[in-house]
Design a protein around this ligand. Structure first.
Ligand SMILES: [Fe+2]
Ligand SMILES: [Fe+2]
Length: 231
C-alpha cells in the first residue's frame, strides 16, 4: 500500500521543469486575499518568526508542518459532515466529496512532511519539548477550531488564509534550498515513512524540492477551490 496520490505526484514531477514551474507559480503570485485572512495570515507568519526565527531551519519546518495539516483536516471534516444532511443536490454532493477528498489527500501529504522532517530535525539536534513539540501541538488545536469556524462562516476566507500559509511555506523552502543546495545534495534521507508514502528521494535536495512543490500545489489548489462553489 502507498499513500501518495498519482495525479499529485505527476504534478510534483512536472514542476521540476523551470518554465512550467514559473508559469504555475505566477498564476496566483499576485493574488490579493481579503482583510480577515490577511490579518490572520500575517499573525501566523509573525508568530512563527518570533518563536523559530526568520530564517528557515529543520526545527521551524517541523513546526510549520504540524500546523499545515490542520486546515485540511477541518475542510475534510466539515465537507463530510455537511453530506450527512445535504445529499439530495447531486452537484453539491459532488463538490463536497471533491473538497473532502482534496482535504484528505493534502493531509496525508503534510503528514509525510512532518514525519520525515521531524526525523531530520532530530538528526540536526533541533529538538525540544516545549518549543518544538508542545507549542506547535497547542497552536494546532486552536488553529483547528478557528479554521473550522472560519470554513463554516466564510469558506473563501478559510481557503485564502491557507493560501497565505502555503505561500509562506513555499518561500521558506525555496530560501532553504537556495542557501543549502550543495550541502543538501550530500545529505541522505533515510525514512521508512517516505518509502511507505511512495516518494523515493536520493538526497535531501530532492526531498526538499519535492516538498516545496507540494506547498505550491497546495497554495494554488486552495484558490482553485474558491471557484468551485460549495453548493
Ligand atoms: Fe507541508
Ligand atoms: Fe502544504
Amino acid at each position: 500500500m502507498s499513500v501518495m496520490n498519482t495525479e499529485h505526484e505527476k504534478l510534483v514531477h512536472k514542476l521540476k521543469d523551470d518554465s512550467f514551474h514559473k508559469e504555475y507559480e505566477e498564476k496566483y503570485h499576485d493574488y490579493k486575499v481579503g482583510f480577515i485572512p490577511l490579518v490572520l495570515g500575517k499573525f501566523l507568519v509573525f508568530a512563527g518568526d518570533l518563536i523559530y526565527g526568520k530564517e528557515p531551519s529543520y526545527g521551524k519546518f517541523q513546526a510549520i508542518e504540524v500546523i499545515a495539516r490542520v486546515p485540511y483536516e477541518s475542510w475534510e471534516m466539515v465537507s463530510y459532515l455537511f453530506l450527512t444532511a445535504l445529499y439530495s443536490n447531486e452537484k453539491r454532493a459532488i463538490n463536497l466529496t471533491h473538497t473532502s477528498r482534496f482535504g484528505r489527500m493534502a493531509q496525508d501529504n503534510e503528514t509525510m512532511h512532518v514525519v520525515v522532517i521531524s526525523k531530520l530535525a532530530k538528526e540536526a539536534k533541533q529538538t525540544g519539548l516545549i518549543r518544538f513539540y508542545l507549542i506547535p501541538l497547542i497552536f494546532s488545536l486552536f488553529y483547528f477550531i478557528a479554521s473550522t469556524i472560519l470554513y463554516i462562516v466564510s469558506r473563501k476566507s478559510s481557503l485564502e488564509l491557507n493560501y497565505m500559509f502555503e505561500s509562506h511555506a513555499y518561500e521558506q523552502y525555496g530560501q532553504f534550498i537556495d542557501e543549502n543546495k550543495e550541502e543538501l545534495k550530500n545529505k541522505p534521507v533515510n525514512s521508512r515513512f517516505l518509502d511507505f508514502y511512495g516518494r523515493p528521494c536520493a538526497n535531501q535536495y530532492e526531498f526538499f524540492v519535492s516538498v516545496r512543490n507540494d506547498e505550491l500545489i497546495h497554495r494554488n489548489e486552495s484558490l482553485e477551490r474558491i471557484k468551485v462553489p460549495r453548493a
